[in-house]
Design a protein around this ligand. Structure first.
Ligand code: ADP
Ligand code: ZN
Ligand code: ZN
Length: 739
């Protein structure tokens, strides 16, 4: 009998292994199939690298089982995964493993589990309306004409008796009722999606015209959709998806955060059909994630929307990839395997042959540079949809403002908050720090309360009455005494303030303002998040206080005032991206103001009114800012002019970490000499937070002319270090943060 074999990779191993394929598994094994294989005395999961082929030998151990009866990942993605794993210096098996949602389990195409579903009601064209129908039917018709298709619960809200009449209307062909698997419910209902615009603007049309040929030709091309805040980029993504679907292809849309998923999800489901769209993000339960993955893998759903890990969505025959807010650092995964979802989207487009649209009002400096160089085609949308000018921006110099209400609010900003309220408008107060107080200090001896595991002060969360470490997440009650001088707790003082304190103090200052707070504490789940967004959209909130979660992407039509409480955060960090971050954040949060009805106003409180990033944001001087930053980066050889790889060296003892880091530094420098590269090795230096979870951290940085050179230095240098006991190395290709 003919024997068959296949090559597989097992998570941490570099080298593929060969196994025999039992004949009953032959039909379902293909590249990227998940199988169980015997390894030493265990059975482990592995990914196949090829289709079974006739073997010369019968001595191979056979595969024990195949996990999936549908392709968990389309075979055509193999080349993409191979290149991605190589680029991020990760064994292929490990890379594949982390690409799948945790706990995916076996994948069965039938999808035997039952899912919650909901009815969508729309008017049908084939029924004949009759004079003597009861008036209720006309009411329902009127509502559907006004609103377009409606989910049944919404229709019942507008007309409670609808459910009674609908079956009859359906029978007579007056309405169409379709049941849709609910991909995600937010507090029992979706955020009401915005209606489709009557027509695309000229700049939206022009952008789509440029993208369309690449979709049709199934050709990789990268675009930078550079549209100011409120220029209507979403419609361009949507148009590109529609084009792909019309050609029988699939589409992938990435957003940086779950909060943006919720809005787009409603829009996509309404406009493309609820059953076409699957959502992938970490806010879903395991069962929901499973249903989404099966829907995509089996080809039932054709559009995947999600946060960074959705870049691995099981879509074959991909027509277009859109990356919204491409500059966002949330695209970077900072634990386990480190990758950038935006960069992988570009690689995926290249490998699967489809255009990639990177959208942003504030492109990353690197993306902007590539567009200038002609490597991304630039699609500019300089005007806002509602033809409103960008918001007016004003600085409030905190050095010249000695009295701040509640310790955080200038009188000017306070007056504008009340003025906005009196005109029936809404406002945002932005502060990129959650919790009540970022540190607690003993007023007697000056000792701060630190995390026992990390060298970072604990943040006081007043509502939960807990001290929380924002790095390791550990929580503890407020101690009764100062640890160093034993003074009782009444001598503790708050240092600085966070969003929780802003909310509480603003409540005291202006009880008439209706407040909501959006940060990781109040919006821990999609339901909570959806609830807050809905309250704002329903005009139940006058002032929304929040962290960077609210800085981008959202469209609150009635919001006209943005107050930035402290623009200086992060400005003086020893990081070459500090200015870029400050500029982007200010421009984005300012972009929430005045999007639909009237020009917005942005008040920026700062101690550094002269800083060039703040000046550039306030003057809307994008070109000047990018040029100056690019010149500085060029002079220093930083990205986009050079490439970086960081290596974090960690150990339980500080001395062990330092020594290992120094040795590694020597090996890396020798590698540079040996390879005769014009690369540089910087460090080791202690991490900005020197200890995290009881482990001490040191950093080394490889800086080279291109990615390949940086990678060769790493390979040669790290190989020679070996693996000292108790020391761990974490490699980060294209690092964004050194933490
Ligand atoms: P951006 O992402 O560029 O900041 P959005 O895509 O959020 O902007 O669009 C802002 C608003 O403009 C949304 O409410 C959207 O429905 C609306 N809009 C987009 N395109 C049009 C259009 N062609 N005509 C009318 N309204 C539009
Ligand atoms: Zn003390
Ligand atoms: Zn900690």
């Amino acid at each position: 009998m003919l024997a068959y074999q296949v090559e597989v990779v097992v998570a941490p191993m570099e080298q593929p292994l060969s196994y025999g394929v039992p004949s009953h598994l032959l039909p379902i094994i293909r590249p990227l199939s998940r199988v169980m294989v015997p390894l030493q005395k265990r059975q482990v999961m592995a990914f196949c690298l090829n289709a079974p082929y006739p073997s010369q030998t019968t001595k191979l151990k056979p595969i024990a089982d195949a996990l999936d009866d549908i392709a968990c990942l389309p075979p055509e993605l193999l080349a993409f995964f191979e290149k991605a794993a190589a680029y991020y210096q990760t064994p292929l098996g490990r890379f594949l493993e982390q690409a799948l949602p945790a706990g995916l389990g076996k994948l069965q195409g039938q999808g035997s589990r039952s899912h919650k579903s909901q009815s969508l009601v729309e008017l049908a064209g084939n029924g004949v309306w009759n004079e003597d129908f009861p008036p209720q039917l006309y009411i329902i018709r009127h509502i559907l004409e006004q609103n377009g298709p409606l989910w049944l619960p919404r229709l019942k809200e507008l007309f409670p008796r609808a459910a009674y009449w609908l079956p009859r209307m359906e029978k007579q062909g007056l309405v169409k009722i379709s049941r849709h698997v609910l991909l995600r419910q937010i507090s029992g209902e979706f955020i009401q999606p915005e209606a489709a615009p009557a027509a695309l603007s000229l700049q939206q049309q022009a952008a789509l015209e440029s993208i369309r040929p690449a979709i049709v030709a199934a050709e990789f091309k990268s675009f930078l959709l550079h549209g100011v805040t409120g220029s209507g980029k979403t419609e361009v993504y949507l148009g590109a998806c529609q084009e792909a679907l019309a050609l029988g292809k699939t589409a992938l849309i990435l957003v940086p955060e779950i909060s943006l998923c919720l809005r787009l999800q409603g829009i996509l489901q309404q406009r493309l059909g609820a059953e076409q769209v699957a959502v992938l993000h970490s806010g879903l339960s395991a069962a929901e994630r499973y249903s989404q993955w099966v829907a995509l893998a089996s080809g039932r759903a054709k559009v995947a929307l999600g946060a960074r890990s959705a870049v691995f969505a099981p879509l074959a025959n991909l027509g277009v990839i859109c990356v919204d807010e491409e500059q966002d650092e949330a695209y970077k995964q900072e634990d386990r395997v480190r990758y950038n979802g935006r960069d992988l989207a570009l690689l995926r487009g290249q490998e699967q042959g489809c255009p990639v649209v990177l959208g942003s009002a504030t492109p990353a400096l690197g993306t902007f540079y590539l567009a200038c160089e002609g490597r991304h085609r630039l699609l500019a949308m300089p005007g806002r949809v509602y033809d409103l000018p960008l918001p007016r921006m004003e600085l409030i110099d905190l050095r010249a403002t000695p009295r701040l209400l509640g310790g955080f609010l200038s009188e000017r900003l306070f007056a504008e908050l009340k003025a906005a309220k009196s005109r029936g408008r809404q406002s945002i107060l932005f502060l990129n720090r959650r919790g009540f107080a970022p540190a607690i200090i003993c007023a007697k001896c000056g000792t701060k309360i630190f995390c026992p595991a990390c060298s970072l002060s604990l943040t006081w969360h007043a509502q939960r009455r807990k001290l929380i470490c924002h790095l390791c997440g550990c929580q503890r009650p407020l101690p009764a005494h100062c640890q160093s001088c034993q003074s009782p707790a009444e001598h503790f003082k708050h240092l600085g303030l966070g969003t929780e304190a802003v909310e509480e103090k603003l409540k005291e200052l202006a009880p008439e303002l209706r407040l909501a707070r959006l940060d990781r504490d109040t919006a821990a789940s999609p339901e909570q998040l959806g609830g807050i967004l809905r309250r704002v959209l329903n005009q139940e909130v006058d002032v929304l206080i929040g962290t960077q979660m609210l800085s981008k992407g959202h469209h609150f039509p009635n919001l006209t005032l943005v107050g930035v409480l402290l623009a200086d955060q992060g400005l003086n960090q020893p990081d070459f991206r500090a200015s870029e971050r400050a500029y982007t954040l200010l421009t984005q949060v300012a972009g929430r103001a005045g999007r639909q009805y009237e020009q917005g106003l942005v008040l920026v409180q700062t101690f550094n009114p002269q800083h060039h990033a703040i000046q550039a944001a306030v003057m809307h001087d994008e070109a000047g800012f990018y040029q100056q930053e690019l010149e500085e980066r060029r002079a220093l050889g930083y990205p986009p002019f050079g490439r970086l790889i960081s290596i974090r060296v960690e150990a339980g003892q500080e001395e062990a970490a330092r020594q290992a880091a120094e040795r590694l530094g020597e090996h890396l420098r020798q590698a540079v000499d040996k390879l005769r590269l014009r690369a540089q090795v910087l460090g080791p230096a202690p991490a900005p937070v020197a200890k995290v979870k009881h482990r001490w951290r040191y950093y080394l940085l490889i800086k080279a002319g291109n990615a390949k050179q940086a990678a060769s230095v790493l390979r040669l240098g790290a190989f020679r270090l070996g693996a000292p006991a108790g020391v761990s190395l974490t490699v980060d290709v294209d690092p964004l943060q050194l933490l």
